[in-house]
Design a protein around this ligand. Structure first.
Ligand SMILES: [Zn+2]
Length: 489
């Protein structure tokens, strides 16, 4: 056979393999929205969310800035707005964190926990005027409920309260016990709230079948090439460690600097760190996530994802380019603070960079430290651990929960029941949540808010003009209703 014929045959075989694998790379499950309608008083629900936002339950880094009245006010509001809940469930308080127990009829079943937090982050001073509606107004305008906490996480808290309230009104009696927990200090680590709830459960030998906390949303238009909503149910959260990289040199007057100053040494080290990120790629959870999502992508992208044996390296490079997908693949490196000399004409002895790492479940705190030391290796560079935000030397990533469990299945079917054919995929939470505590007493810990959110809206999360679409909020309440009902029946 002539060489070009051989090449032609090989090419044809290869193309056939690539295309046929892509043709088989389709969404796994097709479920239609449940015809059973849940009828809610939409106006009342939306105004409840709006009212909850009006309490400025801000978590500050320092205790003395705290507005205790706002927290008390919020709790009184909950007890008055959800009286039925207070008649049927028992409440235990851990500081200002509220733990409710809805006793199930079958005590042999492991309970579940549905949770959120009602503290919020402050509004960045000076940005108040950029808000289209005042941040604690709870104004309902243009189809949105506006204000700090609309996404993070009063919609979660009020959504859960409304769902339980609805089920109680329907006379629903759970078989499996349900805990509801509403944290007051999630934004500053949850050490006096969720941590104590977890300790309490542990002390009483209560192991949860699973927990559902805030997390990702139903993402609208986030993933290139995917036209449907993507419900990323986070099954793990990243850890965090913060290191100081110190460049060292002789001090003295700036009129006679050495060839390399402490600042120059540090700059070299930081450049090396940015150019040598920790290893990352499609495996384990990241693989499960992108394998599910890519089944809804364009045919060209399907060819890539269905043929990872050939295009694996290309896909890794492609996903590493975008900050959001890169964060799913690896431990990220983020230099955030710099300091050196205190005067313009004085050479620093030390130039210090603070670098924050968000640790992927595949790495440990020690792995990060070792990696950094290896990369910046130089006798003029020192790597120091840093105790930031009470995490000690660092916080490991969480355990990875199962995406084949009953709990995950219930979340998936509730979301599909309300929203129809959306993409449901296991995801990785790149920020932290109270589940770092709850995960210790739960077989599986999930992190997901059942509200559709656009990319533009997401900028309000910890940012300016935080708001939630009122219709999305109502749909989310329905997911909570279906979930609690199914999971505890
Ligand atoms: Zn939050």
């Amino acid at each position: 056979m002539k060489p070009f014929k051989v090449v032609l045959i090989i090419t044809l075989v290869l193309l056939t393999v690539l295309v046929s694998r892509a043709l088989l790379h389709n969404p796994k499950l097709q479920v239609a929205a449940d015809p059973v309608e849940i009828s809610l008083d939409q106006q009342m629900l939306v105004s409840h969310l709006a009212e909850s936002i009006q309490f400025p339950t801000i978590s500050y880094e320092t205790v003395k800035s705290r507005n205790s009245q706002a927290f008390d006010g919020f709790q009184i509001w909950v007890s008055q707005t959800y009286q039925r809940l207070h008649q049927h469930l028992t409440l235990t308080k851990f500081n200002d964190t509220l733990l409710y127990l809805w006793q199930g009829s079958d005590t042999t079943l492991k309970p579940i926990l549905v949770t959120g937090h009602y503290d919020v982050v402050p509004v960045i001073p000076g940005t108040e005027k950029q808000w289209k509606q005042p941040p604690f107004s709870g104004n309902i305008e243009g189809g949105y409920v506006w204000g700090r906490g609309a996404l993070d996480d009063k919609s979660g808290v009020v959504g859960i309260l409304e769902a339980v309230n609805y089920l109680l009104a329907q006379g629903f009696q759970p078989k499996r016990s349900i805990y509801l927990s509403f944290g007051h200090d999630e934004e500053i680590g949850g050490h006096n709230g969720a941590a104590l709830v977890a300790e309490h459960l542990k002390r009483n030998q209560i192991q949860l079948a699973w927990s559902l906390d805030e997390g990702s949303f139903l993402l609208d238009g986030f993933i290139p090439g995917v036209n449907r909503l993507v419900a990323a149910v986070n099954v793990a959260e990243k850890g965090s460690t913060t290191l100081q990289i110190v460049g060292k040199a002789e001090g003295g007057h700036s009129s006679m600097p050495p060839n390399q100053t402490a600042v120059g040494v540090l700059a070299g080290a930081i450049t090396k760190l940015e150019n040598n990120p920790l290893h990352g790629g499609l495996e384990g959870l990241s693989l499960a996530m992108f394998d599910t999502i890519s089944r809804d992508m364009s045919f060209t992208l399907k060819i890539l994802f269905a043929n990872r044996w050939l295009f694996g390296g290309l896909i890794d490079r492609f996903l590493s380019q975008d900050p959001s997908t890169n964060a799913m693949l690896r431990t990220t490196t983020a230099p955030t603070m710099l300091s050196a000399s205190v005067k313009p004409n004085v050479l620093p002895i030390e130039a210090v960079a603070t670098v924050n790492f968000r640790i992927h479940p595949r790495d440990t705190v020690e792995d990060v430290f070792a990696h950094v030391k290896k990369i910046v290796q130089d006798d003029k560079v020192e790597v120091r651990s840093m105790n930031w935000a009470g995490f000690g030397l660092g916080q490991a990533a969480s355990r990875v929960s199962s995406w084949e469990s009953d709990g995950y299945g219930f979340i998936e079917s509730s979301v599909r029941g309300v929203f129809g054919n959306v993409v449901v995929a296991p995801g990785l939470m790149v920020a932290a949540s109270d589940s770092r505590h709850y995960g210790k007493v739960a077989d599986d810990a999930y992190r997901f808010n059942p509200f559709p959110v656009s990319k533009e809206q997401m900028t309000g999360f910890h940012g300016t003009n935080e708001r939630i679409n009122a219709k999305s909020f109502i749909m989310g309440v329905k997911v909570y209703i279906r979930l609690i009902e199914q999971a505890s029946s």
